[in-house]
Design a protein around this ligand. Structure first.
Ligand code: FO1
Length: 324
């Protein structure tokens, strides 16, 4: 069985870990062993100190590879910040981004390979040789796409800042007037992305940020259209009118979408979504053209996460069966 999961960072990575658990360790190799292809968001990516940092790709790679800082959901376990301190001692800016020493090694490998002409997809494949995440991890595109957030400046106008500055430095506290995927319109899906979607038995949308994570992936020309032909089941990132974590509400407000499970499903659209899982707090949610089911959505522990992933997969297989 072939499963495709367009994923962002922390929520997506934890959902994927649950999906792997739900599918079993896959120790006994059968020819129809389930395979998971992750289409990773690269809109969060930022170049700092000559290094290319890919937060959502690294969060999936570290989480499934066993190297993640579990409490933060990003960066490495057992991390130190000597390089960061030394850069600050030289007066280097910015100082607000938490660049860990172990993490820097990942970015040096990536920067060196990209400088040698390797596309991001080849770099990601090489890094996964070490981490063995147990999924095929593809960037959504090999082209440069960066999410920038338009905020008010102090002269009565507006200015665009990188998503990382908005989220990490300002904790998404500056009202986002618009969210722009710089370069998205000229980007092409990375090699293998459209083929993986076409070959998928089902596609699962994890509870990643629907604007800056899943939304960025859908904005790469060709990806959304390819997904509308697949059987897609999503998991609401909003429970009872609030995001489970992160800043999805601030992002949804920026694009004029209400922070509710129903509004996010309608934003994705019935042409994209076949099924939508909402929490029991949102039981009774109805979305025209979408099969809505309610169940506990909190990924409070590995068992709950595996059960959630299993439920999403079961609904997708049920709906695929109906489509014939
Ligand atoms: N998130 C933070 O809130 N603070 C940080 O200092 C920070 C550093 C960081 C370094 C590498 C990396 O891969 C991710 C990092 N993140 C940090 C998370 C990053 O902002 C993610 O893009 C968001 O969490 C959204 O996915």
């Amino acid at each position: 069985m072939r499963i495709v999961v367009p994923a962002g960072g922390i929520g997506g990575a934890r959902f994927l870990r649950g999906l792997q658990a739900a599918l079993g360790s896959g120790a006994d190799h059968q020819e129809n062993e389930p395979t998971i292809t992750v289409i990773g968001n690269t809109g969060d990516d930022i170049t700092l100190f000559g290094l290319r940092i890919c937060p959502d790709l690294d969060t999936v790679m570290y989480t499934l590879g066993g190297g993640i800082n579990e409490d933060q959901g990003w960066g490495r376990a057992d991390e130190t910040f000597t390089v960061k301190e030394e850069l600050a001692a030289y007066g280097m800016r910015p100082t607000w981004f938490g660049l860990g020493d172990r993490d820097v090694a990942t970015h040096i490998v990536r920067a060196q390979m990209m400088a040698a002409g390797y596309p991001l997809s080849a770099v990601t494949e090489a890094l996964c040789e070490r981490w063995r995440p147990g999924v095929r991890l593809l960037p959504m595109t090999d082209d440069r796409v960066e999410t920038h957030v338009v905020v008010d400046d102090d002269a009565g106008g507006t200015r665009a800042i990188h998503f990382q500055e908005w989220w990490v430095r300002h904790r998404a506290a500056l009202p986002a007037r618009a969210i722009v995927g710089v370069g998205a319109e000229d980007a092409a899906p990375a090699p293998g992305v459209l083929d993986a979607i076409a070959a998928a038995d089902v596609v699962l949308l994890p509870p990643s940020n629907p604007v800056v994570s899943v939304g960025s992936i859908l904005n790469v020309p060709g990806i959304r259209d390819a997904l509308t032909a697949a059987t897609v089941v999503g998991v609401s990132p909003i429970i009872g009118g609030a995001p489970v974590r992160g800043m999805a509400d601030a992002c949804l407000a920026a694009i004029g979408v209400e922070t509710t499970a129903r509004a996010v499903a309608e934003h994705y659209g019935p042409d994209l979504l076949d099924g939508w899982l909402v929490d029991d707090a949102d039981a009774g949610t109805e979305v025209a053209g979408v099969e809505v089911r309610s169940r506990p959505l909190y990924m409070s522990d590995p068992e709950a996460t595996a059960a959630l992933a299993r439920a999403a997969l079961d609904l997708a297989l049920e709906l695929k069966g109906r489509r014939g």
